[in-house]
Design a protein. Sequence first.
Length: 92
Amino acid sequence: MAKINIYDIEKIKNVNEKRVWNLIVEFYESHTEYCTCRDCILDVVSITLNTIPPHYQVSDDLTIAINKISDDEILKTIKKAADRVAKYPHHI
Ligand SMILES: [Zn+2]
């Protein structure tokens, strides 16, 4: 019988998630016109991650990740997401 451990779900990482969090910092540093409240940032990250393709691998070591999407493309997606959140914010 195959040794399937459903808790191994923690071992598989979408490395693009880490890349988005790294790039979002860079984005907000150069785009101070956007709201940086927690709600807006989480919305921008969620929209961005739902837009770009996932890239799952066993290790979350970014140095061995084969990038199927460039940092520039991710930054463009973040910009579009930030524009959308600015237009329809959930913050109070
Ligand atoms: Zn906000």
